[in-house]
Design a protein around this ligand. Sequence first.
Ligand code: EAX
Length: 323
Amino acid sequence: MSMTRRAALAAAALLGLTGAVSAQTTITIQHPLPVNSHYGAGATAFKETLERLTNNRIRVTIQRNDNEREVLESIQIGTVDAGITSTGPVGNFVPVSRNLDIPFLFRDRTHAHGVLDGAIGNELLAAFQPRGMIGVAWLENGFRHLTNNRREVRTPEEVQGLKVRTMENQVHMRAFQTLGALPTPMAFSELTTALQQGTVDGQENPIPVILGNNLNQVQRHLTLTGHVYSPAILVVSPAVWGRLSAADRAAVMEAGKAAAKANRDRVASDEATGVEELRRRGMTVITEVDRARFQAALAPAYAVYARELDGALIERIRAWRAN
Ligand code: EAX
């Protein structure tokens, strides 16, 4: 065997033993929305920051997968490295996150960011690891509003009888059931077809999602209920996390913070102009909504939440104030 070949084999063996010291790693991150969306903005910031902090030793590939439950399942088993999803299906994996999905729990975005970026949010991120995912950062989907094809909705009574697509989220389904609607849970990937075929009359989503997915093409009426604040979460697979050095883990956390900022900035800009744009695209928009009346109509659901969810945590969230 030639000297050169022997040297090459020795080098390969060394790399094999010590691990590829400076081998490049690629992390794939999936999310359910268009590239040019509030999740896309977060994913791009995550990519740019992580690649910069590791001098491109870690490269990030962004992919779309509009089935959030599937993304989370794949992250748990390690076939997908990272993801951004709303908390919609997360409660089926990390039950404590259901407390975040209660209608009218968060007063406004300042309240939501204060809770999620503080002690409560960190406690909830830590709850992901025992459930097979690494919670990296809280991002934002936004305040959810009701759309439908049957009528202008101004009161909770006018929700009665509507077949409303909900996420696969027991807390949301309970709320719409309490209002007398027919909650129909399905993944986001099935939504547009269900609306086109009339399988459901309506759905509920934040302005950035309605705008970014052109739901105005399959929905006539928008009511600014703001009935739920929808957090989003950036999670990483334990399979990836276990291979990262402490320094690279710190870089992932830093990149998560950058993702949250870019994502939230994009939500703010979408919400600033989105309602007018949806009106321009032909939707009727009901802006004057008596939210106290919706909250009162949800009283039976709140009684169930108090029994089934974490009352102390809910009170901590409600009591949060900016200092
Ligand atoms: O996370 O499924 C939904 O309605 C979500 O809001 C959407 O996938 C963005």
